[in-house]
Design a protein around this ligand. Structure first.
Ligand code: SF4
Length: 281
């Protein structure tokens, strides 16, 4: 059986619950959009396009205000652009208002950090505003694919800062912990980057939009983690597509107070105990 093309999401889905992986990536059952995905897309589009701003009216006196106004306008633009998806979620007015305001606050928080970094660059290197902005502008939404590892992924932002390269992913998560699944996602980005450029990035990290940037150093152990997990999933998924080989992993991610796994109704996890492999908290 040919190797499937995996991604950080597909590998993490497999690790969370092999049956969920089967439904999503082999049976290709439809998944339901949710507000966290849609507002994540809106935040990503806003940040991706922030760096295309026309700075002709920005001065050293007004740039704090101008950047804050600009991100608000961009955010409202993308919130409106995503209205068809938002309508599909059937949120009531109060819920939509809540997510709108919460996402706006995250983006304002990110902008405050950006303004601080910009001011530091302007002072430290004595750079005019446009040059400092240019210096902080990353490559965005870069797709990396590897035929060798049969993996692909999109990196939100690649910063070239002096002689260092930093790979950054943006997250709207409420949980600000760099969990194992996030560490693996970042490890795979490092491996993909290293394979393409012949050199690993210096640092990799998450910008938690509710909080701040968390960076970690890249070392051989991190790259090895990616290689091991990629090898393990290919060894399994190129051997079989039989659902029996993709056991259920029942956990709190099957159903929680405000939602359930996309495949809950098909899976009926609590009716098939013989297939359960693990009861996680
Ligand atoms: S409902 Fe639970 S066991 Fe079933 S696919 Fe989803 S996560 Fe896995």
């Amino acid at each position: 059986m040919a190797k499937r093309v995996e991604s950080p999401s597909s590998i993490n889905t497999f690790k969370q619950c092999p049956r969920k992986y089967y439904y999503q990536y082999i049976a290709k059952l439809p998944t339901l959009p949710n507000i966290h995905q849609v507002r994540g897309n809106i935040a990503h589009s806003t940040l991706e396009n922030f760096y295309n701003l026309d700075l002709s009216q920005f001065t050293e006196e007004n740039y704090h205000l101008k950047f804050r106004e600009a991100i608000q306008k961009l955010f409202v633009h993308y919130w409106n652009h995503y209205q068809p998806q938002l309508w599909g979620l059937q949120l009531n007015k109060d819920q939509e208002q809540f997510y709108f305001e919460e996402t706006m606050l995250m983006l304002m928080n990110w902008t405050n950090h950006f303004i601080e970094d910009l001011a530091t660059q302007m002072q430290k290197k004595n750079l005019p505003l446009p040059e400092a902005f240019q210096y902080l502008t990353p490559l965005r939404e870069m797709e990396y694919t590897s035929d060798n590892y049969s993996i692909r992924g999109f990196i939100d932002a690649i910063h070239h800062l002096e002689d260092e390269v930093h790979l950054i992913d943006y997250k709207t998560n409420a949980n600000l912990e760099v969990k194992d699944s996030i560490r693996l996602q970042l490890a795979i980005y490092c491996l993909l980057y290293q394979e393409k450029h012949g050199k690993a990035p210096s640092k990799v990290g998450i910008f938690f939009l509710r909080h701040k940037l968390k960076l970690m150093n890249v070392d051989e152990e991190l790259i090895q983690l990616a290689k091991t997990e990629i090898e393990l999933i290919h060894a399994h998924t190129s051997r079989t597509e039989d659902p029996k080989d993709y056991p259920l992993c029942v956990s709190s991610l099957c159903r929680w107070s405000t939602g359930q796994c996309d495949f809950f109704e098909t899976c009926k996890p609590f009716d098939a105990p013989e297939e359960i492999i693990k009861l996680a908290p």
